[in-house]
Write a protein that binds this ligand. Sequence first.
Ligand code: GLC
Ligand code: CA
Length: 547
Amino acid sequence: MDMPIETKEGALMLCAKYQDALRWVIYQIYPRSFMDSNGDGIGDLQGIIQKLDYLKDLGVNAIWLCPCYKSPNDDNGYDISDYRDIMDEFGTMADMEALIDVLHSRGMKLIMDLVPNHTSTAHRWFRESRKDKDNPYSDFYYWFDEKPNDWKSVFRGSAWEFDPVRGQYYLHSFAVSQADLNWDNPAVVKAMQEIVDFWIDKGVDGFRVDVVDMISKDLGAGKNCFGPRLHEFIHALFGRENGKNLFTVGECWVTDTDEMIRHCAAERQELTTLFQFDHIEKCGRSDKFSPKPDTLKTLRDHLLHWQQETEKHDLLNTLFTDNHDQPPMISRIANDREKRYESATCVAAMVYLLKGVPFIYQGQEIGRAAAHYDSIECFNDIETINTYRDFCQTMPEKEALERINFGSRDNARHPMEWDGSENGGFTTGKPWIALHSRYREINVKKDLAAERSVYRFYQALLKLRRENDAFLDGKVEALSSPDDAHMIFTRTLNGEKWAVICNFESEQRIELPFACEKPALSNLGRASMNGVYAPYECAVAKVIAGE
Ligand code: GLC
Ligand code: CA
């Protein structure tokens, strides 16, 4: 493992591996909803291959693919029945190998989604395990005669399910058909290492690790995550010689700086980086299904907090606002109606010009906003359906539906809106889930033809980042005070300094304390960095040397 090294003047001491990772721009694909190549209404691997030019042109150089392993699909692929095979609807292993080859031939990388906490109950390990108490797989899962505690499933209801075949209860932190693996059994650790090796041999460049914080538990202490052996297990997966060049990003829900250091400090040889969810959980909502009025200040403050913490401790930050589990950030915290273009571009500048690895979720680059439906029939997600059922016990259906519309993960899972035609250009068949309720207004074709295009702003932003190392390694300094309704920061490297101004909800005059060149990037075509800023206006310029 590389140890931290001195870098160019003004830069931080990120180790060489992390310096390389700063150059990655990762686009997250939800395969089921990205592009259907054969008209069955379901996105697939060949569909992704068809759209690689679109992604390359955007300026991304890596893809994180949500699970595409064999799966009964109760949780859209996060319930895996075979980690070494491809979901029938998505294609074949030959399609996957073709995808890896095409990506690599274009200088792009592939990150797979690894789901180590649970398997589908249709997985061979579980089918063997449930047979009796003395088979080789009997201890692969958590089995008890009586429920040992009252843990709840993330998807509602008890986390313990009685299995009549074995006559015992097993643990499922998510759906009933997602049984938690027992990592205290060394055979589980070994089996998961072999799966990682299988995919390394196929040529993948890294992994996004699903709910990684849950693989060690302490049932006695009532902890279903962050258990005592967590770091030993992560190290066992990625601290090995053949794991050392992988890019790994963990999904880590409950975390603070110390926890991040334990997961990601270079010398620990665990993860390259992780997703923490402070800003996701706190911007524009009081809980997942309850909106809260908010401003961009909340987002700014969380972003800057983690920026400072990661810089201070020489860690690699992740830059993201959206994913397949979250309704679009711009709908929660900005104006996704009259100022949708401005909101989408301003939030992009706030997030992606900071220091870290950008993750762009499909549709963000065209300013996708939250959807809205009048019927629960338009939803598909297991968490959504279970939550709706629970809500209907305690509130009128109409209110339940409003809350579902606000928080449902399906907000991020509608077919990618390629154009405004009947099926949104996603499929020639019947889409597996409702098209986005605003797809005729928000789609790729329309955005690219618009005078003000979110895609082209993203493209220009990523180009700026790529061509100026200050946006990669440069030190971040925030100039806004907590009460200011803007986010102003500079990025400095080797004496070269850039300024970024993102104005929030109201028009206001902004003057910088130093002189700048003409803006190199601006969402409303500004000629100068100083002056009156419109709502959600943003601009970026080089600071004139000596200033
Ligand atoms: C993660 C995934 C989510 C999935 C869950 C269970 O949170 O992002 O989509 O349902 O883990 O695997
Ligand atoms: Ca298909």
